[in-house]
Design a protein around this ligand. Structure first.
Ligand code: GLN
Length: 258
């Protein structure tokens, strides 16, 4: 059985400040982390369920590749899976505040994040895609000067739209999800949206007036994050993930949720 716990964005800062989150609370990491999870009878996954096929809402419940992996982790430990569905850009702070046991959110491994969390083995390779109106000539599309919609705090935001390494955006509009960014593009407030490959493909499937193309940026890899030093839990996560990878289950799950 999995339980969902939704956190309102406005409450997040307050909750972090007072250190209380009824129903979603877990102890901090370190030695004995697994014993504490077992004693609680549940393990809490932090995610943002607007990132299909990795996490999305189906019949009012979180579903997706990461949710299936998280369920297998919970099963391996023998506890219930609880899911906190929250803003993507607050996930790592929540994890480090002890408000969840692990983050599984199509989370790209990078140096900045590695400095503050520990990552599992990498289980998916991705890259950033650009979503544009379907009549666009993608071969000649110039991102310079464009109003770019992104999901706040993602690699599409921090490594591409908000820096000038690849192009100089006219403006960057940050949203809580790429779903919101596409809605804003439909409303004419954004020229294009940058988001990870499979979520981009899923979004254009649902919005056929748009197409998604690969601008050729470097590959990224997803991993699950735990608090620094939580090797007990990381070992279990890696064991489950390695099995999924070895048995080709990740690809099966991507197909299942696509
Ligand atoms: N892979 C991207 C990142 O880690 C986006 C993840 C997401 O939006 N869930 O920043």
């Amino acid at each position: 059985m999995k339980k969902i716990c939704k956190v309102a964005a406005v409450l997040m800062a307050l909750l972090l400040a007072v250190g209380v989150l009824a129903g979603c609370q877990s102890e901090t990491a370190g030695e004995g982390a697994l014993d504490r999870i077992k004693a609680n009878g549940k393990i809490t996954m932090l995610t943002n369920a607007q990132f299909a096929p990795f996490e999305y809402i189906k019949d009012n419940e979180p579903a997706g590749v990461d949710v299936d992996i998280a369920q297998a982790i919970a099963d391996e430990i023998g506890v219930e899976l609880e899911i906190t569905d929250m803003d993507f850009d607050a996930i790592i702070d929540f994890l480090n505040a002890g408000k969840g046991d692990f983050a599984a959110a199509g989370l790209t491994v990078n140096e900045e994040r590695k400095a503050v969390v520990d990552f599992s083995i990498e289980y998916v390779t991705s890259t950033q895609y650009v979503i544009v109106p379907k009549d666009t000539d993608t071969a000649s599309y110039d991102l310079n000067g464009k109003v770019i919609g992104v999901q706040a705090g993602t690699t599409g935001d921090l490594y591409y739209a908000s820096v000038e390494d690849y192009f100089k955006a006219g403006d960057v509009k940050r949203y809580k999800s790429a779903v919101d960014a596409v809605a804003e593009m439909k409303a004419g407030r954004v020229d294009c949206v940058i988001i990870d490959e499979l979520p981009a493909k899923k979004l254009v499937e649902e919005n056929p007036e748009y197409i998604a193309y690969d601008p050729g940026y470097p590959p990224e890899s997803y991993a699950i994050a735990v608090q620094k030093g939580n090797t007990e839990l990381l070992d279990v996560i890696n064991k489950v993930l390695q099995k999924f990878v070895d048995e080709g289950k990740i690809d099966e799950l991507v197909v299942k949720h696509s």
